[in-house]
Write a protein that binds this ligand. Structure first.
Ligand SMILES: Nc1nc2c(ncn2[C@@H]2O[C@H](COP(=O)(O)OP(=O)(O)OP(=O)(O)O)[C@@H](O)[C@H]2O)c(=O)[nH]1
Ligand SMILES: [Mg+2]
Length: 442
């Protein structure tokens, strides 16, 4: 399953946990481990080598973030490198022509025929095309034409075939003619696969390509293929010049190596993912989401991302001290609100840190922030600093001034008390760092 790399990376964070900073020496070992893990996850040797090289450069050059551990930061670098190997974002099919032509190719059983139908339905559903036509040009396998016809019926898309014909070029030519005559906006051509790369298959594909002049030549590949996937992809690309890849069987037992390697080797985008046997089991390939799934450790990566975006250790230390010594005031609360807002949900951020109890009963609702802000702004400086007791008349004045109710002011006072007692019980930052699997930055 995807996520194989995740386990390996957990060990890595542990190894890096005692380090104060990432140095050439201490990341050498980590980088070696990553390389091994990549190869075990079926990443192509050349690709793994390249990835590891840039990993080292990035890890060393990366600015030190104070609020996360070196291990966590390193994992984030690995994640970003994986992501950039797999693409720059979601790619789109070239469907300008009327009709556009997509030719499917790939080895036997890779999912070509199934994905003709999946793709047609997906493109209709997303409004990219209206009237696709499927062409049954796999005349190698006896049941292939019937298989496509059945799929076409399921999605209500016509399938062109010629009974008794054994030459796929004749079928393809007639299908293209029909597509033009009947104003279909897309023709998807299914082709025959072989067990291995095979001269006859390639020649047939070349001839088909020359005949239908496709806008897209999509390589359909079983993502559980392992190291071989790259050689197969490279050979298809060399012979018939692919325009993109569909990775199939991602619901199966794959370690993700094909996904990581194929784009790098072919230079062509990964376009779609097949994630099951049903016709709806197709989705657009997204490099970020794929890196998340391959590497796992989403929590660590999100934590580092958020830390990179918004929090400095100084902020955190300052806040921690105030909370712990219970000197946290309305003023402090107010100044934290903007930081907390920037971080997104306060609860979701704290929720990512292991060891933090469930915060639901703390009743910190993001939507409440605005109200809280206006209440605090209606207080006098001494009230905000908690130097005077919030007596009933004071509460009434604050409520009136902020356009809220007495009850809201009471709630805020209770919330501040709850927060103080909650944070007093919370493990301190050092303990937290240990829980998170590492020491803090020096
Ligand atoms: N689990 C899973 N099964 C899939 C997926 N895509 C296709 N399949 C199944 O894999 C089998 C082979 O798919 P086909 O579409 O017939 O493959 P093909 O490339 O056309 O095979 P040939 O025509 O023999 O070359 C079928 O049983 C499909 O239902 C997928 O993404 N996940
Ligand atoms: Mg087929």
């Amino acid at each position: 399953m995807l996520g194989y790399l995740s386990e390996k990376m957990q060990n890595l964070t542990a190894k890096l946990s005692g380090k104060r900073v990432l140095t050439e020496e201490n990341i050498d070992e980590a980088v070696r481990d990553v390389r091994m893990a990549l190869l075990e996850a079926d990443v192509n040797y050349g690709v793994a080598k390249k990835l590891v090289k840039s990993l080292k450069e990035k890890a060393l050059g990366d600015a030190v973030i104070k609020s996360v551990t070196p291990g966590q930061q390193f994992i984030k670098v690995v994640h970003d490198e994986l992501k950039s190997l797999m693409g720059t974002g979601e790619s789109v099919l070239n469907l300008q022509n009327k009709p556009s032509v997509i030719m499917m190719c790939g080895l036997q059983g890779s999912g070509k025929t199934t994905h003709c139908a999946k793709l047609a339905q997906y493109l209709i559903k997303t409004g990219k095309v209206k009237t696709p036509l499927l062409a049954a040009c796999d005349l190698q396998r006896p049941a292939a034409v019937e298989q496509l016809k059945i799929l076409g019926k399921q999605i209500n898309v016509p399938v062109f075939s010629i009974d008794g014909e054994s030459n796929p070029l004749i079928v393809a030519k007639a299908a293209l003619k029909k597509a033009k005559e009947e104003n279909h906006d897309l023709l998807i051509v299914d082709t025959a696969g072989r067990l291995h790369i095979d001269g006859e298959m390639m020649e047939q594909l070349e001839a088909l390509r020359d005949l239908v002049n496709p806008d897209e030549v999509l390589f359909v590949v079983n993502s559980t293929t392992g190291q071989d996937a790259v050689n197969i992809a490279a050979e298809f690309n060399r012979r018939i010049e692919l325009t993109g890849t569909i990775l199939t069987m991602l619901d199966g037992n794959t370690r993700g190596g094909a996904a990581i390697s194929i784009r790098e080797v072919t230079g062509k985008p990964l376009l779609f993912e097949g994630i099951g046997e049903k016709i709806g089991d197709i989705q657009v390939f997204n490099p970020e989401s794929m890196a998340d799934r391959i590497l796992g450790m989403g929590d660590t990566i999100n934590l580092v991302k958020k830390a990179q975006e918004h929090i400095t250790e100084d902020d955190a230390k300052d806040l921690e001290k105030k909370l712990r010594t219970a000197t946290f005031t309305y003023d402090d609360y107010l100044s934290q609100i903007s930081m907390v807002r920037k971080m997104g949900s306060f609860k979701s951020l704290l929720g990512m840190i292991p060891g933090i109890p469930n915060l639901n009963n703390l009743n910190i609702d993001d939507k409440e922030f605005l109200k809280i802000e206006s209440i605090i702004r209606s207080m006098t400086p001494n009230e905000r600093k908690c130097k005077v007791e919030l007596s009933v008349p004071r509460r009434r004045r604050v409520a009136e001034g902020s356009g809220t109710k007495m009850d809201d002011v009471n709630k805020l006072e209770k919330l501040l008390k709850q927060m103080k007692s909650f944070f007093k019980k919370m493990p301190n930052l050092n303990q937290l760092q240990k829980l998170m699997g590492g020491s803090r930055w020096g």
